[in-house]
Write a protein that binds this ligand. Structure first.
Ligand code: GDP
Ligand code: MN
Length: 390
């Protein structure tokens, strides 16, 4: 789950990270009141959306004094902000963060995330932060320093100082930089984050280190033990299909292709996406409907896919282990009888009671195309989708 910048800053401030003086505003009046409360300008007005790259998209604006705050905020509220990370449809701006403007001597980067290849959390530091961080990473990967956090030892004080030095900090700034890295790592661990990032972390001319931006993502599977963070959820920022799928308890990831996928099991889901791509198809989503295979479950999965106009065909790929193929097949048939599909459907099933399952599909009288292997299933649905888009 993503949270907003101002929410991430509130969390980091509790861990001792310095953040600019500021307040979130939900309307014009609140934005102007926030500025008055902060004191004399200049101010920074920041669109609060669940996406980075706002600097490049016009979502970060400086107001030199109070008289400019209203105009800038008016230009943001109610619009959709398009940044390199939002896609062309953008994200709605309903909140802005009004902050004191901080004079910047240097912009740095510090973040904590899970490195799947290394199998653990890593604390990452870079002497060059800011809106070009992706380019820095691509062009000068040697500037990105990673420290692996060993679960048994934790993130040690010498590692924090080493990272601060690798970030180009000197003298008394090293201790301050290390303290921020520790705070960030602790916030990451204690809140079950998948990402905790400060970009830019700025060195001011007075020698302070301040988090000018903050990004925190929480592992969805751990949200049950963080009700305070769950309360920060802003569904307006999420894809409506993701919201629908999460309400129905489906494991759903929206992708850009035109073949809708329904599978039972995450590994099978990954394999399904791979084989579709292998034969030249473009999956529209990952959807793990889990075990079961009741009419309701299949109907829920169809509901999510039906709301997606880019889908031109659906592939169901299921393996019958504990779930039996016949009950899954019955679920599919019942769901379609109640609400017919508008696009072609290919079903590949294997495992317990597969013969019975295929018989139910074949005798249903519905236009369901059966496939006996994953290869055949992928090729059939790709062919049907291509025919449809001719
Ligand atoms: P992002 O583009 O969505 O990551 O938004 P950021 O909050 O990181 O802001 C983008 C850039 O705007 C930063 O890298 C800074 O260069 C600039 N910026 C943000 N806040 C301030 C501020 O208070 N003062 C100044 N001078 N620049 C700022
Ligand atoms: Mn940023």
């Amino acid at each position: 789950m993503h949270i907003h910048e101002y929410q991430a800053k509130e969390i980091l401030a509790r861990y001792g990270v310095k953040v600019p003086k500021g307040r979130v505003a939900f309307n014009l009046k609140e934005a102007e009141a926030a500025a008055r409360e902060i004191g004399p300008g200049p101010y920074v007005i920041k669109a609060q959306v669940h996406a980075g790259g706002r600097g490049k998209g016009g979502g970060i604006r400086i107001a030199s004094d109070l008289s400019e705050v209203g105009g800038i905020a008016r230009g943001m509220f109610g619009t959709r902000l398009v940044t390199p990370q939002t896609g062309p449809q953008g994200k709605p701006v309903s909140r802005v963060l009004v902050e004191e403007s901080v004079p910047i001597a240097r912009e740095l980067y510090v973040g904590v995330t899970i490195d799947g290849a290394l199998g653990g959390a890593v604390v990452i530091g870079c002497p060059q932060g800011g809106i070009e961080i992706e380019e820095v990473g691509a062009r000068s990967p040697e500037k990105i320093h990673k420290i692996i956090v060993e679960p048994g030892c934790g993130f040690n004080s010498f590692q924090g100082r080493k990272l601060a030095m690798a970030m180009g900090l000197e003298g008394s700034h090293i201790g301050k930089g290390a303290a921020i890295a520790w705070a960030l790592e602790r916030a990451f661990r204690e809140n079950d984050c998948s990402l905790a990032e400060i970009n830019p972390l700025v060195l001011t001319f007075r020698g302070d280190l301040v988090a000018l931006d903050a990004k925190i993502d929480i592992d969805d599977n751990a949200l049950y033990r963080h009700p305070d963070i769950l309360a920060l959820r802003d569904v307006e920022q999420e894809d409506p299909r993701d919201v629908e799928a999460s309400k129905l308890n489906l494991n759903f990831v929206n992708l850009s292709g035109n073949i809708g996928c329904i599978v039972n099991g995450a590994g099978l889901g990954m394999a399904t996406l791979d084989i579709l791509r292998y034969y030249g198809g473009e999956p529209a989503n990952f959807l793990d409907a889990g075990a079961g295979g009741s009419k309701e479950l299949i109907q829920n999965a169809f509901t999510v896919l039906n709301s997606d106009p880019k889908i031109k065909g659906i592939l169901i790929n299921m393996f019958g282990g504990i779930t039996r193929c016949d009950s899954y097949a019955q679920g599919i048939v019942d769901a379609i009888r109640e609400k017919p599909l508008a696009v072609p459907l290919v079903v590949r099933m294997e495992g317990t009671n597969v013969e019975l399952g295929r018989k139910i599909l074949a005798e249903s009288g519905l236009n369901i195309i059966s496939a006996s292997s994953m290869k055949e299933a992928a090729q059939k649905i790709i062919e049907l989708v291509q025919e449809k888009s001719k």
